[in-house]
Each structure stands twice: as structure tokens, then as C-alpha cells.
Design a protein around this ligand. Structure first.
Ligand SMILES: C[S@@+](CC[C@H](N)C(=O)[O-])C[C@H]1O[C@@H](n2cnc3c(N)ncnc32)[C@H](O)[C@@H]1O
Ligand code: SF4
Ligand code: SF4
Length: 387
């Protein structure tokens, strides 16, 4: 039986949350880079610094709500904002762990390094360790500086006698970098990276006179199958060294679907059928059907505040409200919009944004309900969305 067939009493109480463990804060949506695949390269994208107003008040709210972790990240580069570390220092001083997702492509002062060395985890956006390719995709950044900065953060923590941040590498997996993934993971292992993530490229722009990357599924059949082998080898290499290696479910699904298409088309060819569309790059994220939902706890566990104070639960979800001057987010998190959003998850009636989410896998409402119950009763990690 699916939850959509059940009475609402079955899910009663689960449209509220008593546990917002994680809050993402986009202090700025400006960035020092213009990676060719990023919305920063879309001419109509307008960046903004957050009007931080009474920032200590926000920190008080986070403390009162029992928030466990703030992630300093949004659509820009938080660590590019002037005095970014003054805000992060206030959060850390309140006893809340801070993590970040960053490009590490600039020089940092001693002060900034000290703040970074106290992060719980740092996700570094590294798609390739090839110097030329890095320059062309993550435009004008230098991999040598990125790797030096990463090492300096760890060394700063060691010199302070504190635990270094957990270093995670995120790769936007694409046709240009995929063949170098074994070198990528080997370099990461050599540099003490703990975790590797292969993300699905969201493709929404074409930059003139630049290296535009595309999905791995757009490679011709032969190179595509070779790329699959390279991904498998890289994953096995990382795991053999005790590393956590994850693939976005959306990436796994699209690769599997494309592989099956190639093989079924080859079968068809043997039966004199014309070759289908292998290599045409027509694979898309599997969209949930009514009655299906996503393996996602963010509606319960997470708040995401954009630079203009819009409140979402992740960078893809719908926007629910603008935060008021008072920064009071607790009320909004259990307000009618978010209650409805959670009910939609538990009924298997997802909004369009979540129906085609690249990061959370598809599941049944019953399964999600079990995970939500467990989470709200204080068990389980919020960051580890149960993919
Ligand atoms: C938008 S960036 C913001 C943080 C920071 N500027 C950075 O690059 O790490 C967050 C993450 O999204 C990834 N990203 C950017 N554009 C993407 C796209 N089109 N598809 C998938 N991931 C993307 C980046 O590589 C990065 O790991
Ligand atoms: S560094 Fe991050 S935000 Fe900036 S352009 Fe690259 S992916 Fe986008
Ligand atoms: S399903 Fe995806 S888009 Fe929706 S809240 Fe979860 S992570 Fe965000």
C-alpha cells in the first residue's frame, strides 16, 4: 500500500519538523570564477551579496533551534565575499560547526586560513587534475593553487593542534573530464581526500568561444563504454583505499539507461533494425510518477537561505518565503507552505523541482515515512540523504 492510498492520519505529525540540523547560508551569489557549465556564465544571472543586517540575531536563532551545522555555500563563492570569515567566526563561536563548498581558487590571508582550518568539512570543486583542462572549464583557475590551498588548510589545523577538516572532492562529471577520473582520484588519494563525489551535470548554458562540456552520454558508443570502465575503475580504486566514493543517483541512472540503450540497439542491429539514438545524449533524469517520492530528508532537516533571504530546503527546491528582518526562520519552517511540501513528499505528489531532482533517488512514500520517523525521533544523519 502506498501512502497516497492511506488516510492522512497515517502521516499526521510528520508534516512538522522538530529537528532542523543543517542550514545553508548564501552570504553572496557573486563568484571569482566563471566555470563554463555554471549559472554564473549565464548572462541573465544577477549576483547579490546578502544584506546581513543584524547577523548576530540570525546566529541566535540558529543556536535556539539547535542547528548542528551551517554550510557556507550557495550559488556563488562565499569565500570571495570581503570579510566572509567575520560571519563564519560568529557561527563557529556559537558552537555550531561550519562546512563549506568552495573553489579554493584565490589567495587567502592567515586569518582566513585559520577560519577555514576550523571547518568540519570542505568540499572542493575539482573536476580534473589536468592543468589545461581546469583552466578551460573552471575558467582561469589554477589547479596548483587549489591543491596548495587545500594542503595549507590541513597544515594550518595541524599547526594549531586541531582536527583538520574532512576534505571532499566534487566532480561535475562530463565528457571532457571523464577519461581522466583515475588520475583525479589518485591525486585526491595522494593528498588525503576522504570522500569523492561524482555529480550529474545540469546543462543549461552554452558559452561562446569557450570549452562547453556535455553529459558523458553524448560521447560516441565506443568512448562512452570506455568512459564507463574508467568510472568503475576509479570508484574501485578509491574504495580500495578506504575512501567514500558516491555517484549522484541521477548520474548512475542516466549512465545505466544509456548503456542499456546501446546494447539493445546492438541487439536490434543484429535483427536488421536501424541503429537507434545511441550517443545522441537524449538521456534525462528519471522523473518521479504520482505515487513515487524521493529519498530526501531535506524538507525536515535543512533550510537554505539565499542572498536575498529567500528560504528553500536545497538549491533546487521551490522557494517558500523571504526571511523577515528578524531572521526568524523557525516559524516559517513549520508554516503552511512547508507543511504542505512535506505532505506532498509523503503522499508521492512531488513538485516539479523535486520530481526531476538529480541528487536523491526515487523511493516509495512508505519507505520515506519510515526514514522521516527515524530522523524525527533523533536518529540518523541529516547530511547523509539516504540515496
Ligand atoms: C554552484 S557551486 C558554489 C560553490 C563554489 N563556488 C564552488 O564552485 O565550489 C556548488 C557546486 O555546484 C557545482 N556546479 C556548478 N554548476 C553545475 C552544473 N551545471 N551542474 C552540476 N553541478 C554544478 C560546482 O562545481 C560546485 O561543486
Ligand atoms: S566557482 Fe562555483 S559558483 Fe563560481 S562559477 Fe564555478 S561552479 Fe559557479
Ligand atoms: S528531492 Fe531533490 S530537489 Fe527536492 S528537496 Fe530533496 S534534494 Fe532538493
Amino acid at each position: 500500500m502506498t501512502v497516497s492510498n492511506q488516510t492522512d492520519s497515517h502521516i499526521a505529525g510528520h508534516h512538522l519538523t522538530n529537528r532542523t540540523d543543517t542550514v545553508w547560508i548564501e552570504l553572496t551569489s557573486h563568484c571569482n570564477l566563471r566555470c563554463t557549465y555554471c549559472h554564473q556564465s549565464v548572462p541573465t544571472f544577477h549576483a547579490k551579496d546578502m544584506d546581513v543586517g543584524d547577523f548576530p540575531r540570525l546566529v541566535e536563532h540558529l543556536q535556539a533551534m539547535g542547528v548542528q551545522e551551517v554550510v557556507a555555500q550557495g550559488r556563488g563563492e562565499t569565500h570571495f565575499l570581503e570579510h566572509w570569515h567575520h560571519y563564519v567566526d560568529q557561527i563557529q563561536a556559537a558552537g555550531i560547526a561550519v562546512s563549506g563548498v568552495m573553489n579554493l581558487a584565490k589567495d587567502y590571508s592567515e586569518e582566513e586560513m585559520l577560519t577555514l582550518s576550523r571547518y568540519r568539512s570542505i568540499t572542493v570543486s575539482v573536476d580534473t587534475v589536468d592543468r589545461e583542462l581546469t583552466k578551460r572549464i573552471r575558467r582561469s583557475s589554477d589547479i596548483r593553487q587549489i591543491l596548495y590551498n587545500q594542503t595549507r588548510i590541513v597544515a594550518t589545523a595541524l599547526a594549531q593542534g586541531t582536527k583538520p577538516p574532512r576534505i571532499i572532492w566534487n566532480c561535475v562529471t562530463n565528457d571532457q573530464v571523464v577519461m581522466g577520473l583515475c588520475e583525479w582520484i589518485s591525486m585526491g588519494i595522494a593528498l588525503g581526500v576522504s570522500e569523492f563525489n561524482l555529480a550529474l551535470l545540469s546543462k543549461f548554458t552554452h558559452v561562446p568561444d569557450a570549452l562547453n562540456v556535455d553529459h558523458v552520454t553524448t560521447l560516441p558508443d565506443g568512448p562512452f563504454l570506455e568512459a564507463l570502465q574508467i568510472i568503475e575503475t576509479a570508484v574501485a580504486l578509491g574504495r580500495a583505499h578506504g575512501k567514500v566514493v558516491t555517484l549522484h543517483p541521477g548520474l548512475t541512472e542516466s549512465l545505466q539507461r544509456h548503456r542499456e540503450k546501446i546494447f539493445s540497439s546492438q541487439e536490434g542491429q543484429r535483427d536488421s533494425e536501424p541503429h537507434a539514438d545511441a550517443g545522441a545524449g537524449l538521456d534525462h533524469i528519471a522523473v518521479t510518477q504520482p505515487g513515487q517520492t524521493r529519498n530526501c530528508l531535506y524538507p525536515w532537516s535543512t533550510a537554505y537561505i539565499e542572498a536575498d533571504r529567500s528560504l528553500r530546503v536545497c538549491c533546487i527546491s521551490p522557494i517558500f518565503k523571504q526571511l523577515p528582518e528578524s531572521w526568524d526562520l523557525a516559524e516559517i519552517l513549520n508554516g503552511p507552505e512547508l507543511q504542505g511540501f512535506r505532505q506532498a513528499f509523503l503522499r508521492g505528489q512531488l513538485p516539479a523541482e523535486c520530481a526531476k531532482c538529480p541528487t536523491a533517488s526515487i523511493t516509495t512514500p512508505d519507505d520515506l515515512l519510515t526514514k522521516v520517523e527515524k530522523y524525527l525521533s533523533g536518529k540518523g544523519s541529516p547530511r547523509a540523504n539516504p540515496v
